[in-house]
Ligand binder design. Structure first.
Ligand code: MN
Length: 213
C-alpha cells in the first residue's frame, strides 16, 4: 500500500502529523536503543467527528492501520469491528496532539497504548496476510493491551473489503469483567486526558526530528 494514500489525504503545511520517510527510519535504526527491538504497535484514541481508536501494527516498514469505532476489548466474546485504513509511517507511532479542524482527521489524537508486537509468522508473511485478507494472530506487550489477539477479515453484503474483527484470545490477560477503555482513559505516553491534549494545542515531542522523503 505504501504511504501515497496517507500523504495524499494530508496537507503537511497545516498538520503537525509526520510526513514519514525512509531516511527517518534508518536514522532511528542507526541511533540504536531509541526503539525497542522488533516491531511495535500503537493504539491512538482519536477524537475526530466520531471518537474511535486507531489500531496500528508495524510490519513491512509501515504501520498497517485499522480504525476501531468501539475500541479494543479484553473480553474474548466482544468482537470489535476494525476498518482497514491507509498505511501510516512508523514515526506516526509517536504522534500525540491536535490535527487542525478542516484537515483530514481533524481533532485530538492521544497515544493511548503502545509496546511490542510479536507475530506467529514473520513480519513479511503477516503483511501478506493483511493484503490478501487472511486472518492472523499476534501477541501484544503494551501498557494496557497484552497477550494474544487476532484480526479476522469478513466480507459484508455490500462487497466492501475493508472490514475486519479485532478479537482478544482467551488467555491470562483476557478480562470479561471490566472495560479497559474506561479504566485507563489516559495517554500511555504522557498520562494526559484528551481534554488536556486539546488544551495544550499542537504538541508533538519528536517534531525536532528531520524527516526526508
Ligand atoms: Mn483516526
Amino acid at each position: 500500500m505504501g504511504l501515497k494514500e496517507y500523504r495524499k489525504k494530508r496537507d503537511f503545511g497545516k498538520t503537525s502529523e509526520p510526513r514519514g520517510g525512509k531516511k527517518a527510519r534508518r536514522k532511528a535504526d542507526s541511533e540504536g536503543g531509541a526503539r525497542e527491538p522488533g516491531p511495535i504497535f500503537v493504539v491512538q484514541k482519536h477524537d475526530a467527528s466520531h471518537l474511535h481508536y486507531d489500531f496500528r501494527l508495524e510490519m513491512g516498514g509501515t504501520l498497517k492501520s485499522w480504525a476501531v469505532p468501539k475500541g479494543p476489548s479484553l473480553d474474548p466474546s466482544q468482537k470489535r469491528l476494525a476498518v482497514r485504513t491507509e498505511d501510516h509511517p512508523l514515526e506516526y507511532a509517536d504522534f500525540e496532539g491536535v490535527i487542525p479542524e478542516g484537515e483530514y482527521g481533524g481533532g485530538t489524537v492521544m497515544a493511548w497504548d503502545s509496546g511490542a508486537v510479536r507475530y506467529d509468522e514473520d513480519g513479511a508473511e503477516t503483511a501478506r496476510c493483511v493484503e490478501e485478507r487472511k486472518p492472523f494472530a499476534f501477541e501484544l506487550e503494551g501498557q494496557k493491551l497484552r497477550g494474544r489477539w487476532r484480526l479476522v477479515p469478513f466480507r459484508t453484503r455490500d462487497g466492501k473489503d475493508r472490514n475486519w474483527l479485532l478479537i482478544k484470545s482467551k488467555d491470562a490477560s483476557a478480562d470479561t469483567g471490566g472495560d479497559v477503555l474506561k479504566a485507563h482513559p489516559e495517554s500511555a505516553k504522557t498520562g494526559r486526558t484528551l481534554e488536556q491534549i486539546a488544551e495544550a494545542g499542537e504538541v508533538w515531542s519528536d517534531r525536532a526530528v528531520p524527516y526526508g522523503d
